[in-house]
Design a protein around this ligand. Structure first.
Ligand code: AHG
Ligand code: MN
Ligand code: MN
Ligand code: MN
Length: 347
């Protein structure tokens, strides 16, 4: 917990960014990208909190590349995120859950960084005002981003170039984080030297440092899975889940907690410990969550907090993406809980 001195000595996110830049942990361009992401999250927070008033609940009436019925707020959050990143002038390529393919920022605004994001995570919960969030990851480009967009012969190459720049393993992440829109609006991120949490003070619209150096407890008796899919799971996974419900070893079974928003379930896991899982099943061979802007950023944060992110057999951060919207199974949280799961799957 940040030491509470006086109300006015608390660290704002802006101040924290400047200190990280002065310390040379991030450069001035990445500082600007992160600040633009914080602005996007504040805008989305206010849109989400007033959704019912401004008629922004419900569906857009379109489906995205994932085949999901887009909510109005999926589309608007995507526009908010894209515009903030674009106007930062430091972003070259963006990939979003809500965009079919990665988008190169036109030359006049183009900068160096590659940003992948899920603008509104858990959007099925939005009409019931249950926690939702935004998730992001930031990479350096792997090759020169072709900035020249007007020559359409290059368009195919630019698109290919963008896909190459976006499809990087999580090991290459320079920064990742999420903003949770819940009873508090909390921005949680890492720039490679631990995980920090900032709570939005609605009185003056600043993110205030409230969680310094978050560490996931080594173990935790909470499991977070959608057990509605139990019948479709692999037998070894069923054995693992059954073992968590057996009160004999410790005198009481694990608790089940499932919000249905990755950001909400993950944030609780970061602070309380336990394991969140979205397994593959007979219907979805690779599970449901997307590697680039859900599984890799969350696994990066988990590892920065002393936890673990696995697809059941290997580190999520080692997985080389082939497609932008590729799905992988995800098991993430307390290192002892994830390793226990991996042992069951390897048996
Ligand atoms: P999104 O709303 O960005 O499409 O993500 C939804 C994801 C994730 O947030 C959540 O954990 C999971 O879908 C819930 O899936 P089920 O409803 O199948 O449990
Ligand atoms: Mn979606
Ligand atoms: Mn999501
Ligand atoms: Mn989403």
């Amino acid at each position: 917990k940040a030491k509470k001195t006086s109300q006015y000595e608390l660290q704002t996110f802006t101040g924290w960014l400047l200190r990280k830049e002065q310390a040379g942990v991030i450069d001035s361009e990445l500082t600007i990208v992160l600040n633009s992401i914080a602005v996007a999250c504040k805008q989305i927070a206010s849109l989400v909190q007033r959704a019912g008033i401004s008629n922004l609940t419900g569906v857009q009436g379109a489906t995205n590349v994932q085949g999901e019925d887009q909510k109005k707020l999926d589309v608007i959050s995507n526009e908010v995120f894209s515009n903030c990143l674009r106007s930062s002038g430091r972003t070259g390529i963006i990939a979003s859950e809500e965009e079919d393919t990665p988008v190169a920022v036109e030359e006049s605004y183009s900068g160096n960084y590659v940003v992948v994001f899920d603008p509104l995570d858990g959007s099925s919960n939005i009409d019931a005002a249950v926690s939702t969030g935004s998730i992001f990851g930031i990479y350096r480009p792997t090759e020169e981003c072709l900035a020249n967009l007007d020559d359409d012969t290059q368009l195919g190459m630019v698109e290919q170039n963008c896909i190459v720049n976006v499809c990087q393993p999580g090991n290459n992440l320079l920064s990742a984080g999420y903003c949770m829109y819940s009873s508090s609006v909390i921005l949680v991120l890492s720039v490679g030297d631990g995980v920090y949490g900032f709570t939005l003070d609605p009185m003056y619209g600043e993110f205030i440092l409230t969680h310094e150096d978050i560490k996931i407890p080594k173990k935790g008796a909470i499991y977070s899975f959608n057990e509605g899919n139990y019948a479709l799971w692999d037998d070894k996974l069923k054995k693992y889940i059954d073992s968590l419900k057996d009160p004999v070893p410790t005198g009481k079974p694990y608790s089940a907690r499932y919000i249905g928003s990755l950001v909400g379930d993950f944030h609780r896991t970061m602070l309380y410990g336990g394991i969140y899982g979205y397994p593959a099943d007979k219907k979805s061979k690779n599970g449901k969550l997307r590697l680039l802007y859900e599984c890799a950023p969350m696994s990066y944060l988990a590892e920065q907090a002393g936890g673990k992110g696995s697809d059941g057999h290997r580190r999520v951060l080692d997985i080389e993406p082939e497609q932008v919207h590729q799905r992988v199974p995800l098991y993430v949280g307390s290192v002892e809980e994830v390793e226990k799961l991996e042992k069951y799957l390897a048996a």
